[in-house]
Design a protein around this ligand. Structure first.
Ligand code: UGY
Ligand code: MN
Length: 255
């Protein structure tokens, strides 16, 4: 079956906003290609960021059809899942709860987990990373939550740039997953350059993302990878707030 729209000039001339560089990437929805991932059925899985790209974690988008499921065995990787739309039943060991849009979960390494009975069309983003143990600290247990129950804090004192931390910021966690919401015109107050790595999904709105020495127009549905030390800056544009979900490695000794 013909998948492209023959009237779409971008495709006709081989154009896309997707850019893959050595230390950053922007992946626009028009360039998504599915992978078959063991344990995920009746769903389209797109592996957007992975070790194959140079990252030290993975970020995948799973779009479930009716009757779909993700049933993953216990392994060394921990998983944070976020329901962008729709919802489903999340089971992590003995913890079981229905999540709707804005719901999220943390499945520790060594625990099997699943998403079952999803609403057709449910979009879930999965961040996965090998857990780094910390001497004398007990690894975190499973967690299920909802973003609308997390208070936002002004970022570096700016109430127009609001940060929600979905996971507790305690030494047991070696990763953070946050939602950053910018009112139109609000921006990151500095060009951040840091050792932490990011994987990011634009949830709503639009703006300009600076990655290294390139400035990109971005919109809802775009995914960004920022390697350690990738200079980064964002400004929200247009008439609606812009928000993004992002991953960050945290709380571990300098290597
Ligand atoms: O947490 C962060 O490093 C965040 N301020 N970075 C970003 O939004 N690009
Ligand atoms: Mn950052």
């Amino acid at each position: 079956m013909l998948r492209h729209d023959p009237n779409n000039m971008s495709v006709l001339f081989g154009q896309t906003r997707t850019r893959i560089a050595a230390r950053h990437a922007l992946i626009a929805a028009d360039s998504h290609v599915r992978s078959n991932v063991p344990g995920i059925t009746a769903a389209a899985t797109v592996v957007l960021i992975s070790e194959a790209m140079g990252a030290q974690f993975s970020q995948s988008l799973v779009t479930f059809a009716s009757g779909g499921s993700a049933v993953l065995p216990a392994g060394e990787r921990q998983t944070v899942g976020y329901f962008e739309t729709g919802g489903g039943v999340v089971t992590i060991g003995t913890l079981k709860q229905r999540c709707s849009a804005g719901g999220y979960f943390y499945a520790p390494s060594g625990e099997a987990w699943s998403i079952t009975s999803p609403k057709a069309g449910t979009r879930a983003t999965l961040f996965q990373k090998k857990y780094e143990r910390l001497e004398g600290v007990t690894a975190p247990g499973p967690l299920i939550g909802a973003a609308d129950r997390i208070r936002g804090e002004p970022f570096l004192g700016d109430p127009a740039a609001c940060l929600q931390e979905l996971l507790p910021d305690v030494p047991a966690f070696d990763l953070a997953v946050n939602i950053f919401t910018y009112q139109p015109g609000a921006m990151l107050p500095l060009v951040e350059t840091h050792v932490m790595e990011h994987g990011l999904l634009m949830l709503s709105g639009q703006g300009i993302y600076r990655l290294e020495d390139a400035w990109y127009p971005v919109q809802a549905g775009d995914v960004i990878w920022m390697a350690p030390y990738c200079p980064q800056w964002f400004v929200a544009m247009g008439k609606q707030a812009a928000s993004y979900l992002y991953y960050k490695n945290v709380n571990r000794p300098v290597r």
